[in-house]
Design a binder for this molecule. Structure first.
Ligand SMILES: NC(=O)c1ccc[n+]([C@@H]2O[C@H](COP(=O)([O-])OP(=O)(O)OC[C@H]3O[C@@H](n4cnc5c(N)ncnc54)[C@H](O)[C@@H]3O)[C@@H](O)[C@H]2O)c1
Ligand SMILES: N[C@@H](CCO)C(=O)O
Ligand code: NA
Length: 816
C-alpha cells in the first residue's frame, strides 16, 4: 500500500489534477494498492480564513466566496465529461450552500471563534477531495471520497488539535476494511473532536493526515507530492547551485526542516517515522524526477553533508562573569528562567573555561530573555559576580547537516577554512555531540557568502565558482575574456570550475553584477548597463556584493590599480595580475604584501610578470622550495627587444619594426617602457626579489640601447620620430655584429647580488644566439643545475600567451 499525498499546487489546476490521475493509474497498473490524501487547492485555505475575518467584521464575503466556487465548478467542467458533471456540481453546490450559511452566521454574530474558523476552512479540503474523487472515478479508478472528520479523532484544541492516535488508527483501519478494493481519497488537514466538531491539524496538517493513514494501514511508502524536486542541499534562493538530495535520514530531514527547509514538516511525519515507513518527496510538475527518499538511515552512498541551512536573523545573548566558574546549577537556573519566560533557545555555546555562555535566540525574544536573566540573577549582578547580559543583533546561524559527518575527519577543517578564505568572521560555533549538525553564527551581511562558499567547499560533485572582477580590457584583458568564454565549458567539465564575471572595469566604464556578466557579450553589457569608470566605486561595489571566492584581475599597466591590492587582500579578494607595477614598488612594500596575503589566506599570483605565459616564477619557486640555491640567472626578458633584434634585418627601418612589435601586442601600453629597458629591469627586479634579494629598482644597472635623443622624447609619436632619425645608429649596431657573424642580444643577469642588463654581441656559440620572434629565454644556474643550467625558453610577449598565463593563474586560485 502506498499513500500519495498531494499539496495545494498539486491539486490547484486542471493540469496538475490530470497528473495526479495519471500517477494513481500508474500505481494501479503495477498492482499497487493506493490511498490518496489531498490538501485544499492552492490559495483556498487563505481565502477562506480571510472571508471568516471579513464576515466577522461585517464586510461583504459573497464575491470572495463566488471566486472559490467558480474555481471548483470550472475544474469540474474542464475535467469531467458532461454526463458526470451534474452529480459533482450538485455535491459541490451543497458544500457552498453550507459555507454561505456559516459565513452569514459569522456576520450576524459579528465574531468568529476558532471553532467556526475550523468549520469554514474545512470546506477547502472537502471541495478539492470531493472533486478529485469524481475525476478519478471517471477515469475508471474505484475512488471513494473519505471525509477525514469521520476518521481522524482529536481533542478540541481548535487550530492545532492533538490527535488521539489509537482511536484514529482503529477508525482508519475500519474504513479500509469496509472499502477493501477502493482507492480512498482522504481530506487532508481536517478532523473532528469527540463531539463531532470539525478540528484542524495545524501547519503541515495534510502531511500529518498522510502519515496517520500510512501508519494505520502499515503502508510501504508515503509519497509527498509537491512543487519542488525534493529537499535541496541549500535554499536555492540563496545558493544558486543548490541541488536536490537523493536520500536523507529522518533525523537529517528533521534537522534541515528545523532550519527552514519547508518541503515537509517532519513533526507531522512522526507516525510514519515511528513505524519506519519510507517517505518519498516528489515533484508533481516533474514526476519522472527521482525526488528525495527519507528513511531510517542516512545512505552511505551519498555525500556526508546533506544540507546547509540557515536562520537569517538571530540575536546573540552573552552571559559572563567570574561568578559562573565552577558554579554548579548556574546553567540550570539560566535555562529554566528562559523557559519560564517562554524564550526558545536556538543555540548554546560555552567554553570549558566556563567564563561565559552565549545563546542565540530569536530577535523578537531577545528582550524578554535578557529581562528574565537579569531577574533570575539580580543578586549575582548586584555583587558583580555576573555582568549584565549583552545582546547583539544582526547575526545569522548557518548550519551544516549530515548524519555521517561524525566519521569524516577534516570536514570541519574544510568548513572553517572555506569561511576564513572568504573573509567570513565566525562569532560562535556549536556542534551537537550527535555531530548531526555543526552550527556557526556569522554576521547577517556575510550569510549568503558563507552559505555559498561552504556549499562549494563541501559538496564534491558540483562546480566551484570563482567570482571574478576584471580590471583592464585592453590587449590582454579582452583576450583573456575571449579565452575564458571559449574554455568555460572545458573548465566546467574538466576542472569543475565556473567563472562568474561579477565585474568589469576599464578606464572608461565599469559594471558589476552579482549574477554575472556574459563572457561573450561583456562589451555590449558594459555599453548598455555600465557607468563611468571609477576605480574607487568599482572596489566599493565589488566589496558590497560580498561574494565568496572573489578574485580581482589586474590587466592594466596602471599604478593606481596596482595601489589597491593590499586593500583587496584585506577584503578577502585574491589577486591575479599581469601588471608588474606593484611588485616593483619599494622592497618593503613587496615584502609587506606577502605578509598581508598570508594573513588573509588569499592568493596572489603574477606569473605573467616575467616571461609572460612562460613558467618562470613557478620554476624559480620550485627550485627554491626544493632547497636549491640560485647561483646565477641569465635571461632575455624583453619580448619586444628580442623581436626587434630578430626581425631588424635591413629591409625595414628600426622604427618600423618597433611599430610592428607594438601592433603585434608585444610592447607595453607605452613602447618607450620596453625600449628604455625599464620593462626588462622590472622583470629582473622581480626575479631577484623572488630569490630573496632585498633590491630596489634603481639597483638594476641598465646599459641603454637607445641614443639619448630617443630616451628624451616627450610623447610616443615624438619617440617614433626620433627612432627614425636614429636609423643610422641602429644600422651600424646591426652591421657591426653581423660583420663578425654575431647577433645583438639584450641580456639580463643576476649574480653575486648584482642585477644588470647589457647589450651583447653574441657569437653562434652563445646559448642565447638562436632565438626567434619575441622569444624569451631564462637560464638558471643553481647548486643542482651547476654545469648544465635549467633553461626555460619560448615566446615571452603577446596577448594570447600572456592571457593564457593569467588564465592558468586564475585556475590555480580555484585549485585551493
Ligand atoms: N603585452 C604583453 O605581451 C604583456 C605580457 C605580460 C604582461 N603584460 C602586462 O599587461 C598589462 C596590460 O597590457 P595591455 O597591452 O593589455 O594594455 P592595454 O593598454 O591594451 O590595456 C590596458 C587596459 O587597462 C585599462 N586601464 C588602464 N588604467 C586603468 C585604471 N586606472 N582603471 C581601470 N582600467 C584601467 C585600460 O582602459 C585598458 O582596458 C600591462 O601591465 C603589461 O605590462 C603585457
Ligand atoms: N612588453 C613586454 C611584454 C611582457 O611583459 C615585453 O615586450 O616583453
Ligand atoms: Na611567466
Amino acid at each position: 500500500m502506498k499513500i500519495l499525498k498531494f499539496g495545494g499546487t498539486s491539486v490547484g489546476s486542471a493540469q496538475s489534477i490530470s497528473t495526479l490521475v495519471q500517477l494513481v493509474k500508474e500505481q494501479q497498473q503495477q498492482d499497487e494498492a493506493v490511498a490518496v490524501v489531498c490538501s485544499a487547492m492552492s490559495g483556498v485555505t487563505n481565502t477562506l480564513l480571510q472571508l471568516v475575518t471579513e464576515a466577522s467584521e461585517g464586510k461583504a464575503y459573497v464575491t470572495g466566496l463566488k471566486t472559490i466556487e467558480d474555481r471548483h465548478f470550472g475544474l469540474v467542467r474542464t475535467l469531467l465529461e458532461v454526463k458526470h458533471q451534474n452529480v459533482a456540481l450538485l455535491g459541490l453546490r451543497l458544500y457552498f450552500n453550507e459555507l454561505e450559511e456559516l459565513l452569514a452566521g459569522v456576520r450576524a454574530l459579528g465574531e468568529a471563534s476558532p471553532r467556526t474558523s475550523d468549520r469554514v476552512v474545512a470546506y477547502g479540503e472537502l471541495c478539492s477531495n470531493y472533486t478529485i474523487a469524481h475525476v478519478l472515478r471517471q477515469h475508471g479508478v474505484n475512488a471513494v471520497f473519505a471525509d477525514a472528520r469521520q476518521l481522524i479523532r482529536t481533542d478540541s484544541h481548535h487550530g492545532k488539535a492533538a490527535v488521539d492516535e489509537a482511536l484514529t488508527n482503529q477508525l482508519v483501519k475500519d474504513f479500509f476494511s469496509r472499502h477493501a478494493d477502493a482507492v480512498p481519497v482522504f481530506t487532508g488537514f481536517i478532523a473532528s473532536d469527540q463531539h463531532g466538531n470539525t478540528t484542524t491539524l495545524g501547519r503541515g496538517g495534510s502531511d500529518y493526515t498522510a502519515a496517520l493513514v500510512g501508519a494505520a494501514v502499515g503502508a510501504d511508502q508515503v509519497q509527498i507530492w509537491t512543487d519542488v524536486d525534493g529537499f535541496m542541499t541549500a535554499d536555492p534562493r540563496l545558493v544558486k547551485r543548490a541541488f536536490p538530495l537523493k536520500q536523507l535520514s529522518y533525523n537529517e530531514a528533521i534537522e534541515l526542516s528545523y532550519f527552514g527547509a519547508k518541503v515537509v514538516h517532519p513533526p507531522t511525519m512522526l507516525p510514519a517515522i515511528a513505524r519506519g515507513i519510507p517517505i518519498i518527496v516528489k515533484n508533481t510538475f516533474n514526476p519522472s524526477f527521482s525526488g528525495t527518499a527519507i528513511g531510517p538511515k542516512s545512505s552511505v552512498n551519498c555525500s556526508l553533508v546533506k544540507g546547509i541551512t540557515s536562520i537569517p536573523a538571530i540575536s546573540m545573548l552573552t552571559v559572563q562573569g567570574g561568578g559562573m566558574v565552577g558554579y554548579k546549577g548556574f546553567s540550570g537556573r539560566l535555562f529554566s528562567a528562559l523557559a519560564q519566560a517562554g524564550v526558545n533557545v536556538i543555540l548554546i555555546t560555552q567554553a570549558s573555561s566556563e567564563h561565559s555562555i552565549t545563546l542565540a535566540v530569536s530577535p523578537a525574544e531577545a528582550q524578554a530573555a535578557s529581562t528574565a536573566i537579569e531577574a533570575e540573577f539580580r543578586y549575582e549582578l548586584l555583587s558583580g559576580r555576573l555582568s549584565k547580559p549583552s545582546v547583539e543583533e544582526g547575526y545569522s546561524v548557518m548550519a551544516v547537516v549530515g548524519e555521517n559527518m561524525k566519521q569524516a575527519i577534516g570536514l570541519s577543517g574544510k568548513l572553517f577554512s572555506a569561511l576564513g578564505r572568504s573573509g567570513v568572521n565566525i562569532s560562535a560555533i556549536a556542534q551537537g555531540s550527535s555531530e548531526l549538525n555543526i552550527s556557526v553564527v556569522v554576521s547577517s551581511e556575510d550569510l549568503s557568502k558563507a552559505l555559498n562558499s561552504v556549499h562549494d567547499a563541501l559538496f564534491l560533485s558540483p562546480v566551484k565558482t570563482l567570482n571574478v572582477f576584471c580590471c583592464g580590457t585592453g590587449n590582454i584583458g579582452a583576450t583573456l575574456l575571449r579565452q575564458l568564454a571559449q574554455h568555460q565549458e572545458h573548465l566546467q567539465t574538466s576542472r569543475h570550475l565556473r567563472i562568474n564575471l561579477a565585474g568589469v572595469c576599464n578606464s572608461r566604464q565599469m559594471l558589476c553584477n552579482r549574477d554575472g556578466i556574459s563572457l561573450k557579450n561583456w562589451q555590449n553589457e558594459l555599453v548598455e548597463h555600465g557607468e563611468p569608470a571609477s576605480l574607487e566605486r568599482f572596489m566599493e561595489q565589488a566589496a558590497l556584493l560580498n561574494l565568496p571566492n572573489a578574485v580581482f584581475l589586474d590587466n592594466t599597466g596602471s599604478t593606481d590599480v596596482a595601489g589597491v591590492y593590499r586593500e583587496l587582500f584585506g577584503q578577502s579578494f585574491s589577486v591575479v595580475t599581469c601588471n608588474k607595477i606593484r611588485n616593483c614598488g619599494t622592497f618593503s612594500d613587496y615584502h609587506k604584501d606577502k605578509q598581508v596575503v598570508r594573513k588573509y589566506g588569499v592568493d596572489y599570483y603574477y606569473e605573467t610578470n616575467v616571461g609572460a605565459g612562460l613558467p618562470v616564477i613557478k620554476t624559480l619557486h620550485d627550485l627554491l622550495i626544493s632547497g636549491d640555491q640560485v647561483l646565477k640567472i641569465e635571461a632575455i626578458l624583453s619580448g619586444t627587444i628580442s623581436y626587434l633584434f630578430n626581425e631588424y634585418r635591413g629591409d625595414k627601418t628600426f622604427a618600423a619594426v618597433v611599430r610592428e612589435a607594438q601592433q603585434s601586442g608585444f610592447t607595453e601600453p607605452d613602447p618607450r617602457d620596453d625600449l628604455s629597458g625599464l620593462d626588462f629591469a622590472r622583470k629582473m627586479l622581480i626575479l631577484a626579489r623572488e630569490t630573496g634579494l632585498p633590491v630596489e629598482l634603481q639597483d638594476v644597472q641598465i646599459q641603454p640601447i637607445l641614443p639619448e635623443s630617443c630616451t628624451a622624447a616627450p610623447t610616443v609619436e615624438a619617440f617614433y620620430q626620433e627612432l627614425e632619425k636614429s636609423e643610422p645608429y641602429f644600422a651600424s649596431l646591426k652591421e657591426e655584429a653581423a660583420a663578425s657573424g654575431k647577433v645583438l642580444r639584450y641580456i639580463g643577469s643576476l649574480e653575486g647580488g648584482k642585477v644588470k642588463i647589457e647589450l651583447v654581441m653574441a657569437s653562434p656559440e652563445h646559448p642565447f644566439f638562436g632565438l626567434s620572434g619575441s622569444d624569451n629565454i631564462i637560464s638558471f644556474t643553481t647548486d643542482r643545475y651547476r654545469l648544465n643550467p635549467m633553461v626555460v625558453k619560448g615566446p615571452g610577449a603577446g596577448a594570447e600567451v600572456t592571457a593564457a598565463g593569467v588564465l592558468a593563474d586564475l585556475v590555480r586560485v580555484a585549485a585551493y
